[in-house]
Design a protein around this ligand. Structure first.
Ligand code: ZN
Length: 299
């Protein structure tokens, strides 16, 4: 196995059966990541639960708008690289036409898995036919960025910050869904990955990565009000509008740029594996969190 830190499927211990909660208020579906104990880090259990919740919201004609948020202090601290519920070696029913990764050797294991659960899923979510709003508080780190970036609108609380530390920590040029250069001006995107430092919501708003920053205690109400403005609008019109702007990004080369990056990302995973015996370069969730806190002057 190329990823020595991945527990065998039999040893996985989920702390919840509901890693995502789903409620509908008015004509807005609220998808809330629900692993607050682990700052909503994303294991496959959560990935497929998010996908199922998006599917549910798409299927419900009453739902016009979808909000994606996270319970607890942080929106999402990224991919699960260290909880007892880390389920990298577990088989799930794929949502794309891809083979199971679990029995694949060496670099093929992660490459196959991440085509499905990261790149493939994120593209699938970005293209769903209803407007989506990311509601971001606290940390939105690495894999957490991908979840916010697939949404059409991002609202952040004033305590939110954005960070991609995988370059600095793992020698990997940014997370799998590489929207960095589309979300930020190129020079800022380079800074973002090269230094892997926290970007405040206020600074992110200046570059257009965030639509609106509001006080933490007003976040949910603000998002609900925003969603409420879209609820009476024409369903097809909402879909066409997001598609039109998604096409602009495609014309700017988003898909090709992401594919190019994805292969570099996996070249770096493979290099880590060859040099350290671990595709993440031996970095787990604890080491990542400690380094990030130290860099931010918190410990
Ligand atoms: Zn990866």
């Amino acid at each position: 196995m190329d990823d020595l830190s991945a527990p065998p499927a039999a040893n996985i211990q989920y702390e919840t059966d509901d890693p995502v909660t789903y409620t509908v208020e008015g004509r807005t579906a609220w998808l809330m990541m629900n692993r607050p104990k682990y700052h909503n880090v994303q294991n496959s259990q959560m990935t497929y639960a998010i996908d199922a919740a998006f599917q549910r919201a798409v299927n419900d004609d009453n739902v016009k708008v979808i909000v994606l948020g996270g319970e607890g202090k942080h929106f999402s601290a990224g991919h699960d690289i260290g909880t007892p519920g880390r389920d990298v070696a577990k088989t799930f029913d794929r949502k794309l036409l891809l083979a199971d990764h679990v029995n694949k050797p060496a670099a093929e294991f992660l490459y196959t898995r991440e085509q499905e659960v990261y790149l493939g899923m994120c593209r699938r979510w970005r293209e769903l036919p209803k407007p989506t709003i990311a509601m971001v508080q606290g940390g939105c780190i690495a894999g957490g960025l991908m979840l916010a970036w697939v949404c059409d609108v991002i609202v952040a609380s004033d305590d939110a910050f954005f960070q991609d530390p995988v370059g600095r920590m793992m020698g990997i040029p940014g997370v799998e869904y590489s929207a960095h250069g589309f979300e930020l001006p190129p020079r800022i995107a380079k800074e973002f990955i090269l230094f892997g430092e926290r970007m405040s919501a206020e600074r992110a708003e200046r570059f257009g990565m965030v639509n609106k920053v509001v006080p933490r205690e007003q976040l949910r109400d603000f998002v609900a009000e925003m969603a409420g403005k879209l609820e009476p609008q024409n369903r097809l019109g909402l879909w066409l509008t997001k598609q039109a702007l998604n096409h602009v990004e495609e014309l700017r080369g988003k898909r090709t740029a992401m594919d190019t990056h994805f292969h570099m990302h996996h070249f770096a995973h493979a290099q880590n594996d060859l040099t350290t015996g671990n595709a993440l370069g031996g970095v787990d969730g604890k080491a990542m969190a400690a380094a990030n806190k130290k860099q931010a002057g918190e410990g």
